[in-house]
Ligand binder design. Structure first.
Ligand SMILES: NC(=O)c1ccc[n+]([C@@H]2O[C@H](COP(=O)([O-])OP(=O)(O)OC[C@H]3O[C@@H](n4cnc5c(N)ncnc54)[C@H](OP(=O)(O)O)[C@@H]3O)[C@@H](O)[C@H]2O)c1
Length: 328
């Protein structure tokens, strides 16, 4: 059986999810893809903690060591922030490794650059996990774009904000109570700024804009508003009128070709595609010329939904057998 080697950069929630899925699905992936994938290196900042039993010997803090591993061909990236993630992936691509990332902060800003570099080096970039977690919006959009034009994207792209708005409506909770519960349940970070300010949804929207339109609006021109100013009273009043608050990230290509975007709370009625999207779910509604409006709904984050789409990206790349050197 042919074997190729992979590295996992970052071994927190998502990185460990990738490792578990690759182990649990080892035989199945081997049979379906005809190639065995071996996790040969795991990059962390501190190797003294063995996060998963039996992985201590794989851990390193050095990207040089990752790339020096003979036969390294796939790099899964699940670390945080733009740097050093971008530099690591740039080096991996120049080393002719396929890369698969979950890092939306890095990819929103440097994704187009990374994809251009990958093209030059004949390798693939998988980024399904950067946007809407387990919802296969990237691969669906890539397929749709082969035939359709997408004119507008509207998304509920932050599960924490959506959970808070849902509980304010269904339980009559205040914003503060709903946020606290989201933190207790592990949906919101200890510092929830990125979620509730709209910044997290904004980054994901920029990734979708780049895919749909080949460009992003100037970031400074995008109005980004969070949900923290919405009161329980406003939610109740909306509910009585048959309306719901949704935190909507929206990007559109206007008739003159200009790409415009906004992120913020919107009141939606029963006819709106994002009306039924409750709790921590994410959703993306795509307006297309031939299909009409297509809405995808599902879990937007979490260890397994996110890691699962990254392993799917790997399977897709293997399916294309792009530039792999297999050792038998
Ligand atoms: N969690 C989700 O549901 C989810 C969903 C979609 C996308 N994402 C994205 O996936 C990425 C990872 O998220 P996560 O929730 O798994 O984060 P996490 O649990 O905080 O794990 C981050 C990991 O990255 C490692 N790391 C951080 N900086 C590093 C550096 N400079 N060099 C090497 N390793 C470094 C950390 O190492 P140490 O353990 O040594 O500190 C840790 O293992 C983020 O970009 C996030 O936005 C997450």
């Amino acid at each position: 059986m042919a074997t190729i080697k992979a590295a996992i950069l970052g071994f927190g929630t998502v990185g460990q999810g990738i490792y578990h899925i690759l182990n649990e699905k080892r035989e199945e992936l081997k049979n379906k893809l005809g190639i065995e994938l071996e996790v040969a290196k795991i990059l962390v900042t501190d190797t003294s903690r063995e996060r998963v039993p039996g992985t201590a010997h794989l851990m390193t803090t050095s990207m040089d060591e990752v790339l020096a591993e003979p036969g390294m061909q796939v790099v899964f990236e699940a670390i945080v922030n733009e740097e050093p993630a971008f530099t690591y992936l740039k080096r991996a691509v120049e080393h002719k490794c396929h890369v698969i990332t979950a890092n939306k902060v890095m990819f929103a800003k440097r994704g187009l650059e990374l994809q251009d570099l990958a093209k030059v080096n004949g390798v693939f970039v998988g980024f399904e996990a950067t946007t809407a977690g387990g919802v296969p919006v990237i691969k669906t959009m890539k397929n749709i774009l082969l035939v359709n034009d997408v004119s507008r994207i509207q998304g509920v792209l932050n599960g924490t904000s959506n959970y808070i708005l849902t509980k304010m409506r269904s339980q009559g909770w205040s914003f503060e109570t709903a946020l606290k519960e989201a933190q207790n349940l592990g949906y919101a970070e200890a510092d929830p700024y990125n979620d509730i300010s709209g910044q997290d949804a904004f980054k994901k929207l920029m990734i979708l804009s780049a895919l749909a339109f080949g460009e992003q609006p100037d970031w400074a021109d995008v109005d980004v508003v969070g949900i923290d100013s919405i009161s329980a009273e406003q939610v109740k009043e909306a509910c009585e009128k048959g309306l719901r608050y949704r935190h909507v990230a929206e990007v559109e290509k206007l008739a003159d070709g200009k790409v415009v975007a906004k992120v913020g709370p919107q009141l939606v009625d029963k006819e709106h595609p994002l009306y039924p999207v409750d709790d921590v779910n994410n959703a993306v509604a795509l307006d297309t010329n031939y299909i009409g409006t297509l809405t995808l709904i599902g879990p937007g984050a979490g260890m397994y939904p996110t890691a699962s789409v990254m392993v799917e990206d790997y399977a897709e790349i293997i399916g294309k057998r792009a530039g792999f050197v297999v050792t038998i």
